[in-house]
Design a protein around this ligand. Structure first.
Ligand SMILES: C[S@@+](CC[C@H](N)C(=O)[O-])C[C@H]1O[C@@H](n2cnc3c(N)ncnc32)[C@H](O)[C@@H]1O
Ligand SMILES: [Zn+2]
Length: 315
């Protein structure tokens, strides 16, 4: 927020309000009396501090998504990671394995690949499913602007915790119905979020819609299964019981969702960057398409793993 906005008592940054829209009808939003109001349909959206709450009950699947929010809180409390740990949060995603085992290896590898290959100074970046927004300081340090969005706004494990990482905009938003106008981001990405979509095609489609032609759309570390492995992964059972919308897709389902969204997949890779094996190792040697072809073959034949997808929207 700049000085004149705070003098006017505005919570939402003027440049951000300019690119926000109603998640239900895509009408323009105005800030009125500590709420955002849609000029077209009249729906009103509350603010939690400076976080606009744009997960509206009228959106398809809102009930399931609100139930998932409760599920994350219950899981974090039951597993003892609800209270934030400054030392670990400061290291994310490159956490010392002595402190967190191999939990963060896949996020760290795939986020490094995205930063090194696809991010440049000056980009306007949107993260969906950002939770605490640990990615923010790394993007801000590279001269990008950053908006963190998620359905989860909790102070310890959701967007509220983003204040720890500095001053940037945070928006409660359903990534299947993003509250942004078309083609305003240079890069849109998520980490371990796409597999929570009730409608995978809708979420990738929304990430593509808000990204400018020539921009980047990435999904990092998403759960995948081999062609013969069950869609009911035993590892997801406990989370599903808590109301968390867990799914595990084949690599082809992810690939298809990106293609249907009009995106060009530039690279698919095992999320931890571990080497491909067998025929996939041979395919990997092909110029340009090798890594993607190898990953599609390797993860089609295995059981459960994680995959990262890096794509561009054609100009
Ligand atoms: C496994 S967590 C990953 C969080 C964060 N990206 C990270 O790596 O620490 C999945 C996140 O997706 C969010 N999420 C689930 N469904 C969503 C949706 N429809 N729209 C936006 N975020 C969603 C959850 O609230 C949760 O924060
Ligand atoms: Zn509206």
């Amino acid at each position: 927020m700049n000085e004149s906005e705070s003098r006017l008592g505005r919570a939402v940054d003027a440049a951000v309000l300019e690119i926000l829209c109603c998640p239900v009808c895509r009408g323009r939003l105005d800030e009125e009396d500590a709420a955002l109001v849609c000029e077209a349909c009249g729906r009103s959206f509350d603010l939690d501090g400076d976080i606009p709450l744009l997960l509206h009950d009228d959106l398809p699947g809102a009930r399931e998504k609100k139930r998932e929010i409760e599920g994350w809180l219950a899981k974090a409390r039951a597993e003892g990671w609800y209270e934030p740990d400054d030392e670990i949060d400061r290291m994310l995603p490159w956490v010392d394995p002595e402190l967190a085992g191999d939990l963060w290896l896949a996020n760290a590898h795939s986020f490094s690949v995205m930063l090194d290959r696809y991010i440049a100074a000056g980009m306007r970046v949107l993260e969906v499913g950002a939770a605490k927004c640990w990615a923010a300081p790394h993007l801000l340090a590279r001269g990008c602007s950053y908006i963190g969005s998620d359905t989860l706004t909790d102070q310890s494990i959701g967007l509220g915790r983003g204040a720890f990482y500095g001053g940037f905009s945070r928006i409660q938003a359903d990534a299947e119905h993003l509250p942004f106008v078309d083609e305003v981001f240079d890069a849109t990405f998520c980490v371990a979020t796409l597999h929570h979509a009730l409608d995978l095609t809708a979420m990738v489609g929304e990430m593509a819609r808000v990204t400018r032609p020539g921009g980047v759309v990435c999904a990092l570390n998403e759960g995948t299964r081999g062609m013969l492995a069950s869609g009911d992964s035993p590892e997801q059972e406990a989370e599903k019981k808590l109301g968390i919308n867990e799914h595990v897709h084949t690599v082809w389902a992810y690939f298809g969702a990106f293609v249907r969204a009009g995106l060009r997949v530039r690279r698919m890779e095992r999320a931890e960057g571990w080497p491909l094996v067998g025929l996939a190792r041979v395919l990997e040697k092909l110029p340009k398409v090798g890594m993607t072809a190898g990953t599609l073959v390797h993860l089609s034949t295995g059981r459960y793993a994680g995959v990262s997808v890096y794509s561009r929207k054609p100009r």
